[in-house]
Design a protein. Structure first.
Length: 132
């Protein structure tokens, strides 16, 4: 029987990714420049989760099957399902969050649960202007 798991045979969770969220408002210094708060980067991003992931680029057949028009730098990140966060928590993952991996920022385009809250597949598109 063929596995329907998106990462069947994909290996281990051997990459560290940061899931980050943009802060809506930041404090400003006397010159009007943003002042990062605790855990916030200078550009306004806050890490809400650091986790190990399995990664793989999405191929054309997967893009077609999902009926999505994706760019050359679309990536799928598989993490263990974050059981410590209820879905209605402000820290629960959403499509406004991003994934930071090896200095590249990916906008989250889809979140899919696999198994019974075993894994979460995060589909991301490399943000325009990021190195590919």
């Amino acid at each position: 029987m063929k596995s329907t798991h998106p990462f069947h045979g994909a290996g281990s969770f051997d990459r560290i990714i940061l899931i980050q969220r943009q802060k809506d408002q930041q404090a400003q210094d006397a010159y009007g420049e943003p002042v990062p708060t605790a855990g916030q980067t200078a550009d306004g991003w806050v890490t809400i989760r650091t986790c190990y992931a399995s990664l793989r680029p999405l191929g054309d057949d997967e893009r077609f099957a999902a009926n999505q028009r994706l760019g050359e730098s679309d990536m799928s990140f598989l993490i263990r399902y974050p059981l410590d966060l209820p879905p209605d928590s402000p820290a629960a993952l959403n499509l406004q969050d991003t994934v930071l991996w090896e200095g590249k920022r990916f906008d989250i385009t889809a979140l899919n649960e696999f198994g019974r809250k075993e894994h979460l597949q995060i589909t991301g598109r490399l943000r325009a202007g990021e190195a590919g």
